[in-house]
Design a protein around this ligand. Structure first.
Ligand SMILES: O=C(O)CCC(=O)C(=O)O
Ligand SMILES: [Fe+2]
Length: 241
């Protein structure tokens, strides 16, 4: 539904501050992990119903709209250290951990270390959680029948995105650029991306910025300000916001 009404613009990440050899190493360990036999990958499978919200996920079977969703991913916390559970980080291939730690340093380089970001999203050094995803989109001979990712908005305050050089990310233009995005797949090439999701404090109240909805500009969506924890609950359970 959303798809038919939306005009999509191509978005290419610039990987600012990430050395090309670091991306190549992320790619190498990622490809090696996703090429493992399914039983091996399933050892890390996420299972939200039993409280395992981190680990390996596969979307190959699901088809919410008229296009099949075709991607594999790994999802785990990278910061703060006390929240990291290395049980969700693959032991194979060797080097996965070292390669992926670069993403924490990248996010720290954006000001998290000095507390600037923590302050912006609710204050306190203990509040921000960084979740990292590794997305793996195999090529499809009929890419128009498939999406790597259905249209969605990320569940966080900010996403820091590193990608390889295969295009795929599209952002809804819906009047002006919005946060709604989706991923298409390539006919020939595997695509990979490494988003880091910066979560605000659980009790941080989120809502439209007053300058975006005040002064006679009507709110576009029916939304009540609420804590990030409540926002997450409503989003996951598809409840009205
Ligand atoms: O693959 C991409 O470029 C974006 C992935 C994405 O939107 C997500 O994992 O939430
Ligand atoms: Fe996303």
């Amino acid at each position: 539904m959303v798809e038919a009404a939306t005009e999509w613009g191509v978005f290419q990440a610039v990987n600012h501050g990430v050395p090309a050899d670091a991306v190549a190493e992320l790619q190498r360990v990622g490809r090696e992990f996703f090429a493992l036999p399914q039983e091996e990958k399933q050892r890390y499978a996420m299972d939200p119903a039993s409280g395992k919200t981190e680990g390996y996920g596969s979307s190959v079977q699901r088809s919410p709209g008229d296009r099949k969703i075709w991607s594999d991913n790994l999802f785990h916390t990278i910061s703060p250290p006390a929240a990291v559970n290395h049980g969700f980080w693959p032991e194979k291939p060797r080097g996965y951990r070292e390669a992926n730690e670069v993403l924490e340093r990248l996010s720290a380089g954006l000001g998290l270390e000095e507390g600037a970001m923590a302050e912006a999203f609710g204050g306190g050094d203990d509040g921000l959680v960084l979740m990292q995803k590794v997305n793996f989109y195999p090529p499809c001979p009929q890419p128009e029948l498939v999406l790597g990712f259905a249209p969605h908005t990320d569940l966080c305050a900010l996403t820091v995105l590193v990608t390889d050089d295969v295009p795929g990310l599209q952002v809804s233009k819906d009047g002006r650029w919005s946060v709604l995005h989706r991923v298409t797949v390539s006919k020939e090439k595997t695509r990979m991306s490494w988003p880091v999701f910066v979560h605000p404090r659980k009790d941080y109240v989120v809502g439209p910025h007053p300058r975006l909805v005040g002064g006679g500009i009507p709110a576009k969506y029916d939304y009540k300000d609420k804590t990030f924890e409540d926002y997450t609950y409503c989003k996951i359970n598809k409840l009205p916001q």
